[in-house]
Design a protein around this ligand. Structure first.
Ligand code: NAD
Length: 246
């Protein structure tokens, strides 16, 4: 087990990629706080983690709210004892072509996908600095690297998250804290399941490996970056995209 007794926090851990990350971290021995706006879903995942013999917390937090994220870090420390690994995974899409995109669609996506990681990182690094050990993994996207028509807000938020990752990596490198990003390609989730079969086939044709990724593909990369095997890696963007963009 690569993460024995480490304490992790996964935002947006109630479903999809975040749930897969929480489960993989737990499989490696970590106790996990599952943070989500949807408390019911967070509780379901926390129950799965407890069934694996881990300690788990389910917390209802909106990552956009700075006060809530500050309380979140304190609750994790009082409930689980420390905070070693932060995974900024919560993210949303509000797709529209730039000319049709409404201001609130821009603001909502930038708030959750970029201000959220800023809020959570801020509250976590205070604790990580004191213990002189920490791992931050931000879930970016292939779209932040290559752009995507209809996702001006989303691609800007994910490109911004990559810039933020590199800055945090530089600011906290001497305190034993690494900060990296994982940039998934198209992953089998509810979001992509909703696409028509034709679109999925067309997408698969653009992927050298000929298939969409799975939440576990992403979670494996996160576990690696959180482990001691990645101790000398910081400010890196790890693509998990089947070769779709390189
Ligand atoms: P999802 O919609 O299935 O899950 C996101 C979770 O985040 C949900 O449980 C939701 O309740 C929670 N959430 C949303 N807003 C929140 C907020 N303000 N505060 C706290 N929690 C909030 O999404 P997913 O497909 O599992 O994606 C997870 C991450 O991976 C996102 O950052 C997404 O941008 C990224 N990503 C996904 C794909 C893909 O193909 N699915 C590809 C690249 C990157």
């Amino acid at each position: 087990m690569r993460l024995k007794e480490k304490i992790s926090l996964v935002t947006g851990g109630g479903q999809g990629i975040g749930r897969a990350i929480a489960l993989k971290l737990a499989r490696e021995g970590s106790h996990v706080a599952v943070v989500d706006v949807n408390l019911e879903k967070a509780r379901e995942v926390a129950k799965e983690l407890e069934a694996m013999g881990r300690k788990a917390l389910a917390l209802k937090v909106d990552v956009v709210d700075q006060k809530e994220t500050e309380e979140m870090a304190e609750t994790v420390v009082s409930g689980l004892g420390a905070l070693h690994i932060l995974v900024n995974n919560a993210g949303i899409t509000k797709d529209a072509l730039v000319l049709r995109m409404k201001e609130d669609e821009w603001d909502m996506v930038l708030d959750v996908n970029l201000k959220g990681p800023y809020n959570c990182t801020r509250s976590a690094v205070k604790l990580m600095s004191k213990q002189r050990w920490g791992r931050i993994v931000n879930i970016a996207s292939i779209v932040g690297l290559m752009g995507n028509a209809g996702q001006g807000n989303y691609s800007a938020s994910k490109a911004g998250l990559i810039g933020f990752t590199k800055t945090v990596a530089r600011e906290f490198a001497t305190r034993g804290i690494t900060c990296n990003a994982v940039a998934p390609g198209f992953i089998e989730t509810r979001m992509t399941e909703a696409l028509p079969e034709k679109v999925r086939e067309e997408l698969s044709r653009q992927i050298p490996m000929g298939r969409l990724g799975t939440p576990d593909d992403v979670a494996d990369a996160v576990v690696f970056l959180a482990s001691d095997a990645a101790a000398y890696i910081t400010g890196h963007v790890l693509s998990v995209n089947g070769g779709m963009y390189m």
